[in-house]
Write a protein that binds this ligand. Structure first.
Ligand code: BGP
Length: 466
């Protein structure tokens, strides 16, 4: 029986576009997703979980179920409908109201500035491939820091790596481009520079509160002991983990990271060019991150692969339909005997422990870590208002045990946010991939606590993982 620290945060995570709905309400400006989803014709981000209207109920549920932290994001285009310039007072007020409601219950709120939802006007000009977007993002961040002094924890970006790869490698996020490694690398780098600029601005202006970034970090292991598989895992790791952690905590990219990048570029006919002055920003910011947010769901076993790029995203929950082969990096394989979800996400809690220990070892200036997302996408069974989600409880139990083990071994993890607080809309999967503690009937918008919500309440009250 494992214990977690007394002051640990037992939170729930959401994101504006996935929870709020109301995409055309309250003066909100468009995002690229609106049109992208309409064209795709599978599902829309309305109604999502209607958090825009239901937030008082959701926050009350938090207080009833021991959830003492909430992660949410501000929709940039609710504040600046065109991304820059004109401000929408209704949007500004909405987040004051949400924050005040959370305060009523003493819930700690972690606010992300950007969770996959660049305003359309900026997106159409190249999103973060266009350096003007970095200026716009800094202006938007500054506005928020000054407007919302009630926020204690700020996050610049949610998941830079999935943004870059889903937009330009897998093509499952707008603009839907596939296999363009030049764009992937430019996007990764530019967003890291934008993060550093905003951290520097935050610290140099002396705003109160803490600031950090949320990275999606999924541990990579070689598929076998063969040297070429070990190298493939190294390359996959270099692009998805080392690149970002180097930029966050080392102020630049290590020699190994750049060598990996060069190899990946050579195989994919790609290139990069990082302006010198960017490293001044990265260097200044490297010790100024108050915390690192880690989103971690899965790990990957990687095998050498030199064939053509071939990725198929399992966005339907038909187990076994996903595949991931990237030329000059590797192929992610399903390792025999290891469990995975219906969406082919490997369940491997050891991966989280190994990742946490590695950060402590390789990036000792990390200060504090929050697990800002972890959870299990599951086709919940709803029977007369009762949802028995044992597999999800089992998943959370195992991953939290890895967190407790890492804390015992000296890693400073201060909180955990389950993805997701209530069922929300999933970007590339729609509405049948549920993660919430609270089941949402998307027709009526009624909420129903799942079995996991009762389990989580007990956990939060006793700090004991049962
Ligand atoms: C993370 C995102 C979340 C959320 C989660 C689950 O990458 O930050 O926004 O969607 O993954 O992913 P999915 O909805 O694809 O199952």
């Amino acid at each position: 029986m494992k214990k977690l620290p007394e002051d640990f945060i037992f939170g729930g995570a959401t994101a504006a576009y996935q929870a709020e709905g109301a995409t055309k309400e309250g003066g909100k400006g468009p995002v690229a997703w609106d049109e992208f989803l309409e064209k795709q014709g599978r599902f829309l981000a309305d109604p999502a979980s209607d958090f825009y209207h239901k937030y008082p109920e959701d926050l009350e549920l938090c207080s009833m179920f021991g959830v003492n932290g909430v992660r949410l994001s501000i929709a940039w285009s609710r504040i600046f409908p065109e991304g820059t310039g004109r401000i929408n007072p209704e949007g500004v007020k909405f987040y004051h109201d949400v924050l005040a409601e959370a305060k009523k219950y003493g819930i700690k709120v972690f606010v992300t500035l950007h969770h996959f939802d660049t305003p359309k006007a900026l997106f159409d000009q190249g999103d973060f491939l266009n350096r003007d977007t970095l200026d716009a993002f800094a202006d938007y961040a500054k506005f928020c820091f000054e407007e919302y002094p009630e926020v204690e924890y700020w996050t610049t970006f949610n998941e830079i790596y999935p943004i870059a790869t889903n937009q330009y490698l897998l093509g499952i996020f707008p603009p839907g481009i596939k296999y363009d490694l030049t764009k992937v690398i430019a996007c990764l780098h530019n967003m890291m520079v934008a993060h550093a600029r905003v951290v520097n601005l935050f610290k140099e202006n002396g705003y109160s509160g803490q600031i950090g970034v949320v990275h999606s970090l999924e541990t990579k292991y070689p598929a076998s002991d063969a040297p070429e598989d070990i190298h493939a895992a190294f390359l996959d790791d270099a692009l998805s983990i080392r690149f970002l952690l180097d930029a966050t905590y080392k102020g630049g990219y290590s020699k190994e990271t750049l060598e990996a990048l060069d190899e990946i570029c050579a195989a994919n006919n790609a290139s990069y060019d990082f302006p010198e002055e960017d490293f001044v920003e990265l260097e200044k910011a490297k010790d100024r991150n108050d915390y690192l947010g880690i989103n971690h769901y899965s790990s990957h076993f990687v095998k050498a692969y030199n064939g053509e790029n071939a990725i198929h995203h399992n966005g339907t929950g038909d187990k076994g339909t996903g595949s991931y082969k990237v030329k000059g990096i590797g192929e992610r394989i399903y390792k025999e005997g290891l469990e995975r979800t219906d969406w082919d996400w490997l369940i491997y809690p050891q991966g989280l422990y190994d990742l946490l220990m590695r950060i402590k070892r390789d990036y000792p200036n990390y200060k504090a870590i929050y697990i800002t997302e972890n959870g299990m996408g599951y086709k919940d069974d709803f029977k007369n208002g009762i949802i028995m989600d044992e597999p999800r409880i089992d998943y959370i139990r195992k991953y939290l045990t890895s967190v407790a083990d890492a804390i015992e071994d000296g890693v400073n993890v201060k909180g955990y946010f389950l993805w997701s607080l209530m069922d929300v809309f999933s970007w590339s999967n729609g509405y049948n991939k549920r993660y919430g503690l609270f089941f949402v009937d998307f027709e009526t918008q009624e909420r129903y606590p799942k079995e996991s919500a009762y389990w989580y309440k007990h956990l939060a009250e006793t700090k004991t993982i049962l």
